[in-house]
Design a protein around this ligand. Structure first.
Ligand code: TYD
Length: 219
């Protein structure tokens, strides 16, 4: 099937401070300048209810949020995002670029909070009715580097970011395990690489995907 009828779904994943938002923006600009319809979105968020859930789950000050409640909140935001935003955009042939998706829940709630990958994955399969990205770009970040990057300036850390380095280390390995289990659906890159070089490698991979789907688009 062609891009016109199915769109292309790309997720950016990685630990906090990996530079996902910068790279998602670079990719989105590059594809738009080639005349493609692009939707850039993020999780948790992307819908009005998702943005409310985002503040509930990330802000400090809502009391204790146990691990299962946290996993369900991310999954609820994701269900709305998948059904209200991502599926309709893909159906109209749009390239959807999301900053985080199911892998973040598997890594943060499954590994970081210790709920286990299997249960978190099956919750999210149910929430999204099995909607998975065509490609996941994993920006692999060393936890110490990530913390240094995100606390540069006056930035304050949200509930998840302020967890200790061993939490972030478990997350890093969970992301890498997911990529290793399905290498053809992942592009794994070191977050420490220079911004322009990363952007070029990501665009090259996406253009090759687009070229396979829409003959003639490959440069
Ligand atoms: P993000 O939007 O990347 O944070 P920021 O914009 O501040 O860099 O992600 C918010 C936080 O939520 C991040 O610490 C990861 C966490 N998260 C989960 O724990 N599970 C999830 O399913 C998602 C989508 C995010």
């Amino acid at each position: 099937m062609s891009i016109q009828s199915t769109g292309l779904f790309i997720a950016f994943e990685g630990g906090d401070g990996a530079g996902k938002s910068t790279q998602a923006a670079r990719l989105s600009d590059a594809l738009e300048s080639r005349g493609l319809s692009v939707l850039r979105t993020r999780e948790p968020g992307g819908t009005p209810i998702g943005e409310k859930l985002r503040s509930l789950v990330l802000d400090h000050g809502h009391g204790t949020i146990d691990a299962r409640t946290e996993a369900l909140m991310f999954a609820a935001a994701r269900a709305a995002h998948a059904h209200q935003v991502i599926r309709p955009a893909l159906a109209s042939g749009t390239v959807v670029i999301t900053d985080r998706y199911i892998d973040s829940s598997v890594a943060y709630q499954g590994a970081g909070r210790g709920l286990g990958a299997e249960g978190v994955l099956s919750l999210n399969e149910w929430a999204t009715e099995g909607l998975h990205p065509h490609l996941t770009v994993l920006l692999d970040v060393d936890p110490a580097d990530g913390r240094q990057r995100r606390t540069a300036g006056d930035a304050t850390e949200d509930r998840l970011e302020s967890e200790p380095d061993d939490f972030h280390s478990a997350i890093r390995h969970a992301f890498l395990d997911l990529a290793q289990a399905a290498p053809s659906s992942y592009l794994v890159l070191p977050a420490s690489e220079e911004i322009d070089a990363l952007a070029a490698r990501i665009l090259e991979r996406v253009e090759s995907l687009l070229g396979d789907r829409v003959p003639g688009l490959r440069p």
